[in-house]
Ligand binder design. Structure first.
Ligand code: ADP
Ligand code: MG
Length: 347
């Protein structure tokens, strides 16, 4: 990765007009993505991720604002005059062509000779770990294999930027997790800037160098996975990325001495069935276990706090068995966590 800017969005807006009123699909978004970065647009459905990506690709134009690609204003250029390529969720392979022809398609358009195309296609199929598949038809592939072919096809022209819109959305969980790791390693190897759209926070945290969190057409926060997770800038981010506990008002005041709203991650909280002594650098609060979910590796507790509110606590099952944890239901407990683990999130 370099410090060179690959993509800049400057005050980009996209308004869709309709009979029932205008939709601000993308609402004054500014963003810088660096050369070679794996950058994710993360947010719930309808938050403006696809519209943003389509404007970078050139399939859609901003209502106002600018899009720069390596310093050049491409806001009004058609897709084929931008050095970007897109991989969609539905792969969109040509069913009548072989895998090899699909992959080589971009080179055929450029009138590269057949032997050269075939050689490049083979290299790309190696890269996505489908060596020897060039003679097959897309219908003879699994979902995960089709996704790899789509990736190889998009990479064969060596675009400067690859745009991926929920490319793993159609895969089952196990394959999806495997492809997350592979996609990231392919990106590292080819060194191309990836802009990756997903609504899955875990996926974004796993794969990205940096993430922009979208909400209702706006960016709530841009940061590394650790920054987003550990220091959510807004209540929305705290809630959307990971499970978070938000406490405010009177309950907050009883814990921290201030009514300011804070978040604390479930895995930072310790749960004790005895009245343990804790240190001065910790916050603590008493409560009663309302719900217990045994999840094998760990257990999730929902604790109703004395005086109102509740907190989710996650503990690893280092010594406990499923029997032990089930007995925790309805018990009185004390919760404590290090003061440094709370985040004031405003709102
Ligand atoms: P996401 O990809 O985050 O799910 P989109 O960018 O697809 O979100 O959509 C953002 C908002 O813009 C949504 O409210 C959606 O309904 C609206 N929208 C997207 N495309 C169009 C369109 N072509 N015409 C009208 N509204 C649209
Ligand atoms: Mg979308």
């Amino acid at each position: 990765m370099s410090d060179k800017k690959a993509i800049e969005l400057i005050n980009v807006c996209r308004v869709f007009e309709s009979a029932s009123g205008n939709v601000n699909a993308v609402d004054n978004v500014s963003l810088e993505i660096r050369d070679g970065e794996f950058f994710s647009l993360l947010g719930p459905s309808g938050s403006g991720k696809t519209t943003s990506l389509r404007m970078v690709a050139g399939f859609d134009r901003p209502t106002s604002g600018q899009i720069l690609l390596y310093g050049k204003d491409v806001s009004n250029l058609p897709p084929y005059e931008r050095d970007v390529n897109t991989v969609f969720q539905d792969y969109a392979l040509f069913p009548h062509m072989t895998v090899g022809e699909n992959v080589a398609y971009g080179l055929m358009i450029k009138k590269i000779s057949k032997p050269d195309r075939e050689k490049s296609a083979e290299e790309m199929l190696d890269l996505v770990q489908l060596p020897g598949f060039s003679g097959r038809k897309p219908s003879q592939l699994s979902g995960g294999q089709r996704q790899r072919v789509a990736l190889a096809r998009a990479l064969i022209n060596h675009p400067k930027v690859l745009l991926l819109d929920e490319p793993l959305g159609a895969l089952d969980l196990k394959l999806r997790q495997q492809m997350q790791v592979e996609l990231k390693s392919i990106q590292k190897r080819v060194g191309i800037t990836f802009i990756f759209v997903t609504h899955d926070q875990e996926e974004a945290l796993t794969m990205s160098d940096r993430i922009a969190v979208f909400n209702q057409g706006r960016i709530e926060q841009v940061g590394t996975p650790a920054e987003i997770y550990e220091h959510p800038a807004t209540p929305f981010v705290a809630n959307f990325v990971g499970t978070s506990n938000l406490i405010s008002g009177e309950v907050a005041k009883r814990i921290t001495g201030s009514e300011a709203r804070f978040s604390v991650r479930p895995e930072k909280i310790h749960l004790s069935k005895t009245d343990e002594k804790f240190d001065a650098d910790m916050f603590s609060v008493g409560g009663k276990v309302r719900d217990v979910v045994y999840l094998g590796l760990y257990t999730r507790y929902l604790v109703e706090l004395d005086g109102g509110g509740d907190l989710v606590v996650v503990e690893q099952n280092l010594k406990t068995t499923s029997m032990d944890v089930m007995q925790a239901k309805d018990q009185k407990v004390s919760l404590f966590w290090k003061k440094e683990h709370i985040r004031y999130v405003g709102g």
